[in-house]
Design a protein around this ligand. Structure first.
Ligand code: CMP
Length: 220
């Protein structure tokens, strides 16, 4: 639990109180943990693995709003506003979560106001990211959108290697397309162009960002 930023400053006693309310659950890759539109009574922290926050349109097309990983949380929105789930959560890898029921979650915040503060900070960051996504989506330039996505992934899932930053999370071209509102073919073509221009290294299954400054320069 101490690896989860929300509980970083907790004492042993506080942690054991939290532990008493957390149920451990495991989900295999590519499974829904939460479905948009359903009533929600559970808050989740990710102990291992990564998930995508997705909205599915009436025609079945998926938009990936965000990717969350170990240490992140989800499901807090319907805890706070008692509305239906605002998005679906789909596993990208095998995932282990800690699940906390609404009453326990709200009680936890009442007893530990510092958690409320950390939640607000994180929600502010998510709103910033959502604003950036809205701004990027109105730009027609697919190169800019893909460059921005690769830089974000390198920041969230980056690992230093000889020639740059390797993105440790493997996403399919379709998943990347769903994150920037385009098609799999366009992602494929644009990535190959980045590789031709040596902005990225595509020789292995994991994309390596080799020229972050040049990618950044593509973003208006
Ligand atoms: P909730 O609405 O209960 O269930 C879906 C969850 O997805 C939501 O809580 C948030 O935890 C998460 N979520 C929704 N929108 C975003 C977003 N734009 N960025 C990151 N996480 C989100």
């Amino acid at each position: 639990l101490r690896r989860i930023p929300l509980f970083r400053d907790f004492s042993d006693e506080q942690l054991s109180q939290v532990l008493a309310t957390v149920a451990e659950r495991r989900f295999p890759k590519h499974q829904f943990i939460v479905r948009e539109g359903e009533p929600g009574d559970t808050f989740f922290v990710i102990a291992a693995g990564s998930v995508a926050v997705v909205r599915v349109a009436a025609d079945g097309r998926e938009t990936i709003l965000s990717i969350l990983k170990e240490g992140d949380f989800f499901g807090e929105m319907s805890m706070f506003d008692s509305s239906l789930r605002s998005a679906s959560i789909k596993t990208l890898t095998d995932v282990e979560v800690g699940a906390v029921r609404r009453d326990d979650f709200l009680g936890l915040i009442d007893r530990n106001p510092q958690i409320g503060k950390l939640l607000v900070i994180e929600l502010s960051e998510r709103l910033r990211a959502a604003n950036a996504l809205i701004a990027a989506t109105t730009s027609q330039d697919i190169r800019a959108r893909l460059a921005s996505l690769l830089l974000n992934l390198a920041e969230q899932f980056g690992e230093s290697v000889d020639n740059g930053t390797r993105i440790t999370l493997r996403l399919t071209n379709q998943e990347m397309a769903n994150m920037i509102g385009t098609t799999r073919e366009t992602v494929n073509r644009t990535l190959n162009r980045f590789w031709d221009d040596r902005l990225v290294d595509m020789r292995t299954a994991h994309v390596i960002v080799t020229e972050p400054e040049k990618l950044r320069a593509l973003i208006p």
